[in-house]
Ligand binder design. Sequence first.
Ligand code: SF4
Ligand code: SF4
Length: 455
Amino acid sequence: MGSIQFKGFPGKGSFPHGIHPPENKELSSNVPIEVMPPPERVVLPLLQNIGAPCEPIVKPKQEVAWGETIGVGKAFVSANLHSPINGVVEKIGVCTLPNGRHLPAIYIKAKGDQVVGQALYDDVLGGHWPKDCPIIYYPTSIAKLIHEAGIVGLGGAAFPTHVKVRPDDTKMIDTLMVNGCECEPYLTTDYRVMVEAPGPIIAGALHAARAVAAKEIIICIEDNKPEAIASLRAEAKGTVIKIAVLKTKYPQGSEKQLIKAVLDLEVPLGGLPADVGVAMSNVATIAAVARSVIREKPLTHRVISVTGRGIAQPKNLLVPIGISMGEVFNFCGGLTPDAARIVAGGPMMGFSFSNLDMPVTKGTSGLTVLTHSDLRRERETNCVRCGRCVDVCPMRLVPTKLAMASRHGKLALAQQYNILACFECGSCTYICPAHIKLVQLIRMGKAMVVASRKK
Ligand code: SF4
Ligand code: SF4
Protein backbone atom coordinates (compact mmCIF):
# COMPACT_ATOMS: atom_id res chain seq x y z
CA MET A 1 0.00 0.00 0.00
CA GLY A 2 1.20 3.49 -0.69
CA SER A 3 1.94 5.62 2.33
CA ILE A 4 -0.94 7.80 3.46
CA GLN A 5 -0.02 10.94 5.34
CA PHE A 6 -1.22 10.90 8.90
CA LYS A 7 -2.75 14.30 9.54
CA GLY A 8 -5.09 15.75 12.11
CA PHE A 9 -4.07 13.61 15.10
CA PRO A 10 -1.30 14.04 17.68
CA GLY A 11 0.29 10.64 16.96
CA LYS A 12 2.55 9.58 14.11
CA GLY A 13 0.16 7.07 12.57
CA SER A 14 2.25 4.18 13.82
CA PHE A 15 3.90 2.87 17.00
CA PRO A 16 7.48 1.96 17.88
CA HIS A 17 8.75 -1.58 17.17
CA GLY A 18 6.45 -4.29 15.77
CA ILE A 19 6.75 -6.46 12.66
CA HIS A 20 5.44 -6.87 9.12
CA PRO A 21 4.34 -10.51 8.73
CA PRO A 22 2.77 -11.62 5.41
CA GLU A 23 -0.86 -10.48 5.54
CA ASN A 24 -2.49 -13.34 3.61
CA LYS A 25 -5.82 -11.51 3.77
CA GLU A 26 -6.43 -11.85 0.03
CA LEU A 27 -7.72 -15.40 0.60
CA SER A 28 -11.00 -14.12 2.04
CA SER A 29 -11.00 -10.31 1.88
CA ASN A 30 -13.14 -10.14 -1.26
CA VAL A 31 -15.63 -12.80 -0.20
CA PRO A 32 -18.89 -11.15 0.93
CA ILE A 33 -20.39 -12.20 4.26
CA GLU A 34 -22.57 -15.28 3.78
CA VAL A 35 -25.25 -16.36 6.22
CA MET A 36 -24.63 -19.87 7.55
CA PRO A 37 -27.72 -22.11 7.50
CA PRO A 38 -29.12 -22.68 10.99
CA PRO A 39 -27.51 -25.62 12.83
CA GLU A 40 -29.26 -28.62 14.38
CA ARG A 41 -27.72 -27.80 17.74
CA VAL A 42 -25.76 -25.06 19.48
CA VAL A 43 -23.49 -25.42 22.51
CA LEU A 44 -23.13 -22.29 24.62
CA PRO A 45 -20.38 -22.20 27.25
CA LEU A 46 -21.41 -20.24 30.33
CA LEU A 47 -18.10 -18.39 30.21
CA GLN A 48 -17.39 -16.67 26.89
CA ASN A 49 -15.86 -13.52 28.28
CA ILE A 50 -13.06 -12.26 30.45
CA GLY A 51 -14.35 -12.36 34.04
CA ALA A 52 -16.90 -14.55 35.74
CA PRO A 53 -19.25 -17.07 34.08
CA CYS A 54 -22.96 -16.42 33.78
CA GLU A 55 -25.50 -18.54 35.64
CA PRO A 56 -27.97 -20.63 33.62
CA ILE A 57 -31.65 -19.72 34.06
CA VAL A 58 -33.06 -22.49 31.85
CA LYS A 59 -33.66 -26.18 32.51
CA PRO A 60 -33.51 -29.28 30.29
CA LYS A 61 -36.59 -29.72 28.06
CA GLN A 62 -37.43 -26.03 28.34
CA GLU A 63 -38.33 -24.36 25.03
CA VAL A 64 -36.38 -21.22 24.23
CA ALA A 65 -36.83 -18.57 21.57
CA TRP A 66 -34.18 -16.82 19.50
CA GLY A 67 -32.80 -13.98 21.62
CA GLU A 68 -34.22 -15.25 24.91
CA THR A 69 -31.93 -14.83 27.93
CA ILE A 70 -30.63 -18.25 29.01
CA GLY A 71 -27.77 -17.19 31.31
CA VAL A 72 -27.36 -14.18 33.58
CA GLY A 73 -23.99 -12.64 34.34
CA LYS A 74 -24.36 -11.67 37.97
CA ALA A 75 -20.79 -10.58 38.66
CA PHE A 76 -19.71 -7.08 37.68
CA VAL A 77 -17.35 -8.41 34.98
CA SER A 78 -19.58 -10.99 33.38
CA ALA A 79 -22.01 -11.16 30.45
CA ASN A 80 -25.52 -12.42 29.82
CA LEU A 81 -26.11 -15.26 27.38
CA HIS A 82 -28.98 -15.62 24.88
CA SER A 83 -30.29 -18.38 22.69
CA PRO A 84 -29.18 -17.93 19.06
CA ILE A 85 -31.96 -20.20 17.74
CA ASN A 86 -35.50 -21.30 18.45
CA GLY A 87 -35.14 -24.62 20.22
CA VAL A 88 -35.27 -26.84 23.27
CA VAL A 89 -32.66 -27.06 26.02
CA GLU A 90 -31.19 -30.58 25.87
CA LYS A 91 -28.90 -30.40 28.89
CA ILE A 92 -26.47 -28.35 30.88
CA GLY A 93 -23.32 -30.25 30.06
CA VAL A 94 -19.62 -29.57 29.59
CA CYS A 95 -17.70 -28.49 26.51
CA THR A 96 -14.05 -27.84 25.69
CA LEU A 97 -12.67 -24.70 24.05
CA PRO A 98 -9.56 -24.34 21.85
CA ASN A 99 -7.60 -22.89 24.78
CA GLY A 100 -8.07 -26.25 26.53
CA ARG A 101 -10.58 -25.07 29.12
CA HIS A 102 -13.47 -27.35 30.03
CA LEU A 103 -16.57 -25.32 30.79
CA PRO A 104 -20.20 -25.91 31.72
CA ALA A 105 -22.40 -25.23 28.70
CA ILE A 106 -26.05 -25.08 27.67
CA TYR A 107 -26.91 -27.46 24.81
CA ILE A 108 -29.88 -26.35 22.68
CA LYS A 109 -31.46 -28.45 19.93
CA ALA A 110 -33.17 -26.53 17.11
CA LYS A 111 -36.96 -26.71 17.03
CA GLY A 112 -39.49 -24.82 14.91
CA ASP A 113 -38.86 -22.19 12.26
CA GLN A 114 -35.62 -20.22 12.24
CA VAL A 115 -34.78 -16.82 10.80
CA VAL A 116 -32.44 -17.47 7.91
CA GLY A 117 -30.63 -15.94 4.94
CA GLN A 118 -31.14 -12.31 4.03
CA ALA A 119 -33.69 -11.76 6.80
CA LEU A 120 -31.09 -12.75 9.38
CA TYR A 121 -28.38 -10.64 7.71
CA ASP A 122 -30.70 -7.61 7.69
CA ASP A 123 -31.62 -8.14 11.32
CA VAL A 124 -27.99 -8.21 12.43
CA LEU A 125 -26.19 -5.86 10.03
CA GLY A 126 -28.58 -4.53 7.38
CA GLY A 127 -31.45 -2.07 7.17
CA HIS A 128 -31.47 1.55 8.25
CA TRP A 129 -29.17 2.89 10.97
CA PRO A 130 -29.47 6.46 12.29
CA LYS A 131 -26.56 8.87 12.03
CA ASP A 132 -27.22 10.45 15.37
CA CYS A 133 -27.88 9.48 18.97
CA PRO A 134 -31.25 10.91 19.98
CA ILE A 135 -31.43 12.84 23.23
CA ILE A 136 -33.77 10.20 24.74
CA TYR A 137 -30.73 7.99 25.31
CA TYR A 138 -29.01 8.68 28.62
CA PRO A 139 -25.53 7.24 29.23
CA THR A 140 -26.93 4.89 31.86
CA SER A 141 -29.74 3.65 29.62
CA ILE A 142 -27.26 2.88 26.81
CA ALA A 143 -24.95 1.00 29.20
CA LYS A 144 -27.94 -0.94 30.55
CA LEU A 145 -29.07 -2.04 27.08
CA ILE A 146 -25.52 -3.14 26.21
CA HIS A 147 -25.34 -5.04 29.51
CA GLU A 148 -28.65 -6.81 28.89
CA ALA A 149 -27.55 -7.75 25.36
CA GLY A 150 -24.50 -9.66 26.64
CA ILE A 151 -22.06 -7.84 24.41
CA VAL A 152 -18.36 -8.59 24.78
CA GLY A 153 -15.37 -7.53 22.72
CA LEU A 154 -15.67 -9.35 19.39
CA GLY A 155 -12.07 -8.71 18.36
CA GLY A 156 -10.99 -11.71 20.42
CA ALA A 157 -10.49 -10.21 23.88
CA ALA A 158 -14.14 -10.83 24.90
CA PHE A 159 -14.11 -8.21 27.66
CA PRO A 160 -17.70 -7.33 28.66
CA THR A 161 -18.54 -4.10 26.83
CA HIS A 162 -20.92 -2.72 29.45
CA VAL A 163 -18.00 -2.47 31.86
CA LYS A 164 -16.08 -0.35 29.36
CA VAL A 165 -18.94 2.00 28.59
CA ARG A 166 -20.44 2.44 32.03
CA PRO A 167 -20.38 6.08 33.13
CA ASP A 168 -17.55 6.46 35.66
CA ASP A 169 -16.98 9.71 37.57
CA THR A 170 -13.45 8.68 38.57
CA LYS A 171 -12.13 8.32 35.02
CA MET A 172 -13.13 10.96 32.49
CA ILE A 173 -13.18 9.72 28.92
CA ASP A 174 -12.25 12.22 26.19
CA THR A 175 -12.03 9.93 23.22
CA LEU A 176 -13.83 6.85 21.95
CA MET A 177 -11.53 4.92 19.64
CA VAL A 178 -13.18 2.37 17.38
CA ASN A 179 -10.62 -0.21 16.41
CA GLY A 180 -10.79 -1.40 12.81
CA CYS A 181 -7.12 -2.30 12.45
CA GLU A 182 -7.56 -6.09 12.34
CA CYS A 183 -3.78 -6.42 12.14
CA GLU A 184 -3.77 -10.19 12.73
CA PRO A 185 -2.75 -11.92 9.45
CA TYR A 186 -5.40 -13.83 7.46
CA LEU A 187 -8.47 -12.52 9.34
CA THR A 188 -10.97 -10.43 7.39
CA THR A 189 -13.95 -10.42 9.76
CA ASP A 190 -13.78 -6.75 10.73
CA TYR A 191 -12.80 -5.81 7.20
CA ARG A 192 -15.98 -7.27 5.71
CA VAL A 193 -18.14 -5.69 8.41
CA MET A 194 -16.54 -2.29 7.67
CA VAL A 195 -17.03 -2.69 3.90
CA GLU A 196 -20.57 -4.09 4.00
CA ALA A 197 -22.07 -2.61 7.14
CA PRO A 198 -20.68 0.83 7.96
CA GLY A 199 -24.15 1.92 9.14
CA PRO A 200 -24.22 0.07 12.47
CA ILE A 201 -20.58 1.01 13.12
CA ILE A 202 -21.30 4.73 12.79
CA ALA A 203 -24.56 4.44 14.77
CA GLY A 204 -22.90 2.30 17.45
CA ALA A 205 -19.97 4.70 17.78
CA LEU A 206 -22.32 7.66 18.32
CA HIS A 207 -24.29 5.77 20.99
CA ALA A 208 -21.20 4.37 22.75
CA ALA A 209 -19.65 7.85 22.79
CA ARG A 210 -22.78 9.16 24.53
CA ALA A 211 -22.48 6.38 27.12
CA VAL A 212 -18.90 7.31 28.04
CA ALA A 213 -19.37 11.07 27.46
CA ALA A 214 -16.53 11.12 24.93
CA LYS A 215 -16.15 14.37 23.03
CA GLU A 216 -14.18 12.84 20.23
CA ILE A 217 -14.81 9.68 18.19
CA ILE A 218 -12.06 8.21 16.03
CA ILE A 219 -12.37 5.12 13.85
CA CYS A 220 -8.92 3.65 13.29
CA ILE A 221 -8.11 1.65 10.15
CA GLU A 222 -4.81 0.54 8.61
CA ASP A 223 -3.89 1.70 5.11
CA ASN A 224 -4.07 -1.85 3.72
CA LYS A 225 -7.90 -1.60 3.79
CA PRO A 226 -8.79 1.15 1.27
CA GLU A 227 -12.33 -0.17 0.64
CA ALA A 228 -13.12 -0.13 4.34
CA ILE A 229 -11.71 3.39 4.65
CA ALA A 230 -13.90 4.60 1.76
CA SER A 231 -16.98 2.86 3.13
CA LEU A 232 -16.66 4.35 6.63
CA ARG A 233 -15.64 7.80 5.33
CA ALA A 234 -18.80 7.92 3.21
CA GLU A 235 -21.03 6.76 6.08
CA ALA A 236 -19.42 9.11 8.62
CA LYS A 237 -20.06 12.19 6.46
CA GLY A 238 -22.08 14.76 8.36
CA THR A 239 -21.20 13.28 11.76
CA VAL A 240 -18.47 14.26 14.23
CA ILE A 241 -16.66 10.98 13.65
CA LYS A 242 -13.08 11.13 12.36
CA ILE A 243 -11.32 8.39 10.46
CA ALA A 244 -7.64 7.80 11.28
CA VAL A 245 -5.73 5.90 8.60
CA LEU A 246 -2.64 4.25 10.04
CA LYS A 247 0.45 2.67 8.53
CA THR A 248 0.01 -1.08 8.41
CA LYS A 249 2.06 -2.82 11.07
CA TYR A 250 1.56 -5.68 13.52
CA PRO A 251 0.32 -5.47 16.34
CA GLN A 252 -1.30 -2.09 15.68
CA GLY A 253 -4.70 -3.37 16.83
CA SER A 254 -3.43 -3.72 20.38
CA GLU A 255 -4.99 -1.01 22.55
CA LYS A 256 -1.80 0.52 23.90
CA GLN A 257 -0.09 0.59 20.51
CA LEU A 258 -3.12 2.12 18.81
CA ILE A 259 -3.44 4.85 21.44
CA LYS A 260 0.24 5.68 20.96
CA ALA A 261 -0.10 5.69 17.17
CA VAL A 262 -3.16 7.96 17.05
CA LEU A 263 -3.05 10.10 20.18
CA ASP A 264 0.65 9.89 21.13
CA LEU A 265 -0.40 8.87 24.65
CA GLU A 266 1.28 6.16 26.73
CA VAL A 267 -0.99 3.91 28.76
CA PRO A 268 0.97 3.28 31.99
CA LEU A 269 2.34 -0.22 32.63
CA GLY A 270 -0.47 -2.25 34.18
CA GLY A 271 -2.92 0.54 33.33
CA LEU A 272 -5.96 0.75 31.08
CA PRO A 273 -6.92 3.04 28.17
CA ALA A 274 -9.28 4.84 30.58
CA ASP A 275 -6.18 6.01 32.49
CA VAL A 276 -5.38 8.26 29.52
CA GLY A 277 -9.00 9.21 28.84
CA VAL A 278 -9.71 6.64 26.14
CA ALA A 279 -12.42 4.03 25.71
CA MET A 280 -11.79 1.53 22.92
CA SER A 281 -13.91 -1.06 21.18
CA ASN A 282 -13.50 -2.98 18.00
CA VAL A 283 -15.68 -2.25 14.95
CA ALA A 284 -17.75 -5.45 15.09
CA THR A 285 -18.40 -4.88 18.79
CA ILE A 286 -19.55 -1.35 18.08
CA ALA A 287 -21.91 -2.67 15.38
CA ALA A 288 -23.35 -5.06 18.00
CA VAL A 289 -23.71 -2.10 20.37
CA ALA A 290 -25.84 -0.30 17.77
CA ARG A 291 -28.09 -3.34 17.40
CA SER A 292 -28.44 -3.73 21.16
CA VAL A 293 -29.37 -0.10 21.76
CA ILE A 294 -31.35 0.86 18.65
CA ARG A 295 -33.05 -2.49 17.94
CA GLU A 296 -32.83 -3.81 21.50
CA LYS A 297 -31.49 -7.15 20.22
CA PRO A 298 -28.94 -9.27 22.11
CA LEU A 299 -25.70 -10.71 20.80
CA THR A 300 -26.63 -14.08 19.28
CA HIS A 301 -24.66 -14.10 16.03
CA ARG A 302 -21.29 -12.89 14.88
CA VAL A 303 -19.21 -12.70 11.70
CA ILE A 304 -16.14 -14.95 11.45
CA SER A 305 -13.55 -15.50 8.73
CA VAL A 306 -12.82 -19.11 7.89
CA THR A 307 -9.59 -18.83 6.02
CA GLY A 308 -6.12 -20.12 5.23
CA ARG A 309 -4.78 -22.35 2.45
CA GLY A 310 -5.90 -25.39 4.40
CA ILE A 311 -9.61 -24.73 3.88
CA ALA A 312 -11.23 -25.56 0.53
CA GLN A 313 -13.34 -22.39 0.20
CA PRO A 314 -12.32 -19.50 2.46
CA LYS A 315 -15.40 -17.53 3.50
CA ASN A 316 -16.69 -14.82 5.79
CA LEU A 317 -19.74 -16.13 7.57
CA LEU A 318 -22.49 -14.81 9.78
CA VAL A 319 -22.92 -17.66 12.27
CA PRO A 320 -24.91 -18.29 15.43
CA ILE A 321 -22.80 -18.32 18.60
CA GLY A 322 -22.47 -21.95 19.68
CA ILE A 323 -22.35 -23.56 16.23
CA SER A 324 -19.84 -26.38 15.93
CA MET A 325 -16.56 -25.46 14.27
CA GLY A 326 -16.67 -28.76 12.37
CA GLU A 327 -20.00 -27.74 10.84
CA VAL A 328 -18.49 -24.41 9.81
CA PHE A 329 -15.53 -26.15 8.14
CA ASN A 330 -17.88 -28.50 6.28
CA PHE A 331 -19.84 -25.50 5.00
CA CYS A 332 -16.56 -24.16 3.61
CA GLY A 333 -15.87 -27.35 1.66
CA GLY A 334 -13.80 -29.04 4.36
CA LEU A 335 -10.08 -29.10 5.00
CA THR A 336 -7.61 -29.58 2.13
CA PRO A 337 -5.37 -32.69 2.08
CA ASP A 338 -2.35 -30.61 3.15
CA ALA A 339 -4.11 -28.91 6.08
CA ALA A 340 -1.70 -29.11 9.01
CA ARG A 341 -2.86 -26.81 11.79
CA ILE A 342 -6.20 -25.30 12.78
CA VAL A 343 -6.11 -22.09 14.74
CA ALA A 344 -8.93 -20.34 16.58
CA GLY A 345 -8.19 -16.73 15.64
CA GLY A 346 -5.16 -15.87 13.53
CA PRO A 347 -1.69 -17.40 13.50
CA MET A 348 -0.05 -14.73 15.68
CA MET A 349 -2.33 -14.75 18.73
CA GLY A 350 -4.69 -17.66 18.16
CA PHE A 351 -4.87 -21.10 19.79
CA SER A 352 -4.18 -24.30 17.84
CA PHE A 353 -6.66 -27.11 18.30
CA SER A 354 -7.55 -30.41 16.68
CA ASN A 355 -10.97 -31.40 18.03
CA LEU A 356 -13.46 -29.90 15.57
CA ASP A 357 -16.40 -30.55 17.86
CA MET A 358 -15.95 -27.24 19.63
CA PRO A 359 -18.36 -24.32 19.56
CA VAL A 360 -17.81 -20.90 18.06
CA THR A 361 -17.97 -18.44 20.96
CA LYS A 362 -18.50 -14.70 21.18
CA GLY A 363 -14.71 -14.26 21.13
CA THR A 364 -14.06 -16.38 18.00
CA SER A 365 -12.86 -13.76 15.53
CA GLY A 366 -11.98 -16.35 12.91
CA LEU A 367 -10.71 -19.82 12.13
CA THR A 368 -7.45 -20.18 10.22
CA VAL A 369 -6.28 -23.44 8.68
CA LEU A 370 -2.58 -23.51 7.87
CA THR A 371 -0.90 -26.02 5.56
CA HIS A 372 2.40 -27.83 6.03
CA SER A 373 4.13 -25.32 3.76
CA ASP A 374 2.83 -22.42 5.89
CA LEU A 375 4.44 -23.80 9.01
CA ARG A 376 8.03 -23.17 9.93
CA ARG A 377 9.39 -26.41 11.28
CA GLU A 378 12.95 -25.33 11.92
CA ARG A 379 14.64 -26.86 14.92
CA GLU A 380 15.22 -24.63 17.94
CA THR A 381 18.85 -23.68 18.50
CA ASN A 382 20.59 -21.65 21.20
CA CYS A 383 19.94 -17.94 21.56
CA VAL A 384 22.55 -16.08 19.53
CA ARG A 385 21.94 -12.85 21.47
CA CYS A 386 21.07 -10.94 18.32
CA GLY A 387 18.57 -8.74 20.16
CA ARG A 388 15.95 -8.92 17.41
CA CYS A 389 13.25 -9.98 19.86
CA VAL A 390 13.96 -6.84 21.89
CA ASP A 391 13.91 -4.69 18.75
CA VAL A 392 10.41 -5.81 17.77
CA CYS A 393 8.69 -6.04 21.16
CA PRO A 394 6.00 -3.32 21.19
CA MET A 395 5.98 -3.34 25.00
CA ARG A 396 9.74 -2.70 25.21
CA LEU A 397 10.26 -5.95 27.09
CA VAL A 398 13.25 -8.28 26.87
CA PRO A 399 11.59 -11.44 25.51
CA THR A 400 14.73 -13.57 25.62
CA LYS A 401 15.15 -12.92 29.36
CA LEU A 402 11.45 -13.48 30.04
CA ALA A 403 11.49 -16.76 28.14
CA MET A 404 14.58 -18.05 29.91
CA ALA A 405 13.22 -17.02 33.33
CA SER A 406 9.99 -18.89 32.48
CA ARG A 407 11.84 -21.96 31.22
CA HIS A 408 13.83 -22.23 34.45
CA GLY A 409 10.93 -21.31 36.74
CA LYS A 410 12.60 -18.09 37.96
CA LEU A 411 9.38 -16.26 38.70
CA ALA A 412 10.90 -13.40 40.70
CA LEU A 413 13.19 -12.59 37.77
CA ALA A 414 10.30 -12.87 35.32
CA GLN A 415 8.30 -10.38 37.38
CA GLN A 416 11.28 -8.07 37.66
CA TYR A 417 11.31 -8.00 33.86
CA ASN A 418 7.54 -7.25 33.81
CA ILE A 419 6.38 -10.53 32.34
CA LEU A 420 2.72 -9.65 32.93
CA ALA A 421 3.04 -6.67 30.58
CA CYS A 422 3.48 -9.12 27.68
CA PHE A 423 0.21 -9.38 25.79
CA GLU A 424 1.41 -12.38 23.79
CA CYS A 425 1.50 -10.74 20.37
CA GLY A 426 4.07 -13.31 19.18
CA SER A 427 6.29 -10.75 17.41
CA CYS A 428 9.37 -12.01 19.28
CA THR A 429 8.76 -15.63 18.27
CA TYR A 430 8.14 -14.57 14.68
CA ILE A 431 11.46 -12.76 14.40
CA CYS A 432 13.74 -15.09 16.40
CA PRO A 433 16.43 -16.63 14.09
CA ALA A 434 17.04 -19.37 16.67
CA HIS A 435 13.37 -20.43 16.38
CA ILE A 436 12.89 -20.25 20.13
CA LYS A 437 9.22 -20.45 21.04
CA LEU A 438 9.49 -17.27 23.07
CA VAL A 439 5.81 -16.41 23.38
CA GLN A 440 4.89 -19.96 24.37
CA LEU A 441 7.51 -19.89 27.15
CA ILE A 442 6.40 -16.44 28.26
CA ARG A 443 2.73 -17.53 28.28
CA MET A 444 3.72 -20.43 30.54
CA GLY A 445 5.71 -18.08 32.78
CA LYS A 446 2.77 -15.69 33.06
CA ALA A 447 0.49 -18.55 34.11
CA MET A 448 3.02 -19.59 36.78
CA VAL A 449 3.31 -16.02 38.10
CA VAL A 450 -0.48 -15.62 38.29
CA ALA A 451 -0.83 -19.01 40.01
CA SER A 452 1.92 -18.12 42.53
CA ARG A 453 0.10 -14.91 43.44
CA LYS A 454 -3.08 -16.84 44.26
CA LYS A 455 -1.30 -19.02 46.82
S1 SF4 B 1 7.43 -10.31 24.82
FE1 SF4 B 1 5.22 -10.40 24.60
S2 SF4 B 1 4.60 -8.33 23.95
FE2 SF4 B 1 6.82 -8.54 23.59
S3 SF4 B 1 7.01 -9.25 21.45
FE3 SF4 B 1 7.01 -11.09 22.76
S4 SF4 B 1 4.87 -11.70 22.81
FE4 SF4 B 1 4.87 -9.57 22.10
S1 SF4 C 1 15.71 -13.08 18.78
FE1 SF4 C 1 16.08 -15.17 19.49
S2 SF4 C 1 18.27 -15.46 19.16
FE2 SF4 C 1 17.91 -13.24 19.07
S3 SF4 C 1 18.21 -12.51 21.21
FE3 SF4 C 1 16.04 -12.96 21.00
S4 SF4 C 1 15.87 -15.08 21.71
FE4 SF4 C 1 18.02 -14.75 21.27
